[in-house]
Write a protein of this length. Structure first.
Length: 252
C-alpha cells in the first residue's frame, strides 16, 4: 500500500496506476472518494504537456457529467483541480462486472443476474450513443454493480468523446465485444444479450448495428486471409520437405 499526500495535505492511498493516470482512495468533506490524477509525461515539452493534460482532464469531466445528464449512472463528480490535474469523485461500493463474470466461472452462472447485468449494460450504452457520447473504453472492468442500488455504474471516461457517427458507436460496441471474449467467460455469448437490450433502448440502433456487422465482416476477411496464408506456407513447407527428401534419395 502506497500512501501519499496531495498539495493540500490530504492523504491519498494508491489503488492502481495506468499509462495516463494514477487512482487513489481518499476522503472529501468526510466522505470516502476516488482521486484520479493525470500525471505529467517527461518526454513531452512541459508547456505542451500541461496543455494536453488539462485538456484531457476537462474533457473527461465534461463527458462524465454529460453521461449523468443522459441518464447513465456514473460516480458523482465532486471536484476538478486544474492545478494538480485531478478529478475527485464518489467512491462506489461494489464489484466490477469482470469480477462477477469470473465468479460465474468459479461457482456457476446465475442466469437471472447475468440477464439483468447484460440488460443494464445495453441500456446504458444506448443512452450514451443516442446522446452523442462515445465511452471509448467499454470493458467489464470499467463497469461496477453498486452494492447499494444494484445498478450498473460506468466509470473511466478518460477516452470518451462526442460523436453521432454510427462508425464510432459500432467501434465502441466492438471494443466491448472483444473485451468480453478475451475473458473466456462461461456466460456464453453475453454480447447477444447486451445487443438485444441496446436494440430495445436505442432509437438509432439500426445504423450502428449495421456498422458493427461490417466490423465483423472485415474481421472475418482478415482472419480468412491469415488462415489462407498460413495454409500456403504449410503447403510450401511440405512441398520443400518432399523435394529435399527426393533429392537426398537420388544422391544416395
Amino acid at each position: 500500500m502506497e500512501i501519499e499526500t496531495d498539495g493540500k495535505g490530504t492523504s491519498l492511498v494508491l489503488l492502481k496506476q495506468g499509462a495516463e493516470a494514477r487512482i487513489f482512495t481518499s476522503s472529501f468533506v468526510g466522505r470516502k472518494c476516488i482521486v484520479k490524477e493525470r500525471f505529467s509525461k517527461m518526454y513531452r515539452h512541459p508547456s505542451l504537456d500541461s496543455k494536453l493534460t488539462l485538456k484531457r482532464l476537462n474533457a473527461e469531466a465534461r463527458c462524465m457529467t454529460k453521461a449523468r445528464r443522459l441518464g447513465v449512472v456514473t460516480p458523482v463528480l465532486y471536484a476538478v483541480d486544474t492545478v494538480l490535474h485531478t478529478l475527485t469523485f464518489e467512491y462506489v461500493e461494489g464489484p466490477a462486472v469482470r469480477c462477477i463474470f469470473l465468479e460465474f466461472g468459479a461457482n456457476g452462472v446465475v442466469e437471472e443476474r447475468l440477464d439483468d447485468i447484460a440488460t443494464q449494460i445495453g441500456d446504458a450504452i444506448a443512452k450514451l450513443h443516442d446522446g452523442g457520447l462515445i465511452h471509448g473504453d467499454l470493458t467489464a472492468s470499467n463497469m461496477l454493480i453498486s452494492d447499494v442500488t444494484n445498478q450498473l455504474v460506468l466509470i473511466d471516461f478518460g477516452l470518451s468523446f462526442t460523436s453521432t457517427l454510427p462508425e464510432d458507436k459500432a467501434v465502441d460496441l466492438y471494443v466491448l465485444e472483444r473485451a468480453l471474449l478475451s475473458m473466456h467467460s462461461p456466460c456464453g455469448n453475453v454480447m447477444d444479450r447486451v445487443l438485444a437490450a441496446y436494440k430495445k433502448s436505442s432509437r438509432q440502433w439500426s445504423s450502428t448495428l449495421n456498422k458493427l456487422a461490417q466490423e465483423h465482416h472485415t474481421e472475418a476477411a482478415v482472419d480468412g486471409n491469415k488462415k489462407q496464408q498460413k495454409q500456403q506456407k504449410q503447403q510450401k513447407a511440405t512441398a520443400d520437405s518432399a523435394r529435399d527428401k527426393e533429392v537426398n534419395e537420388l544422391v544416395s
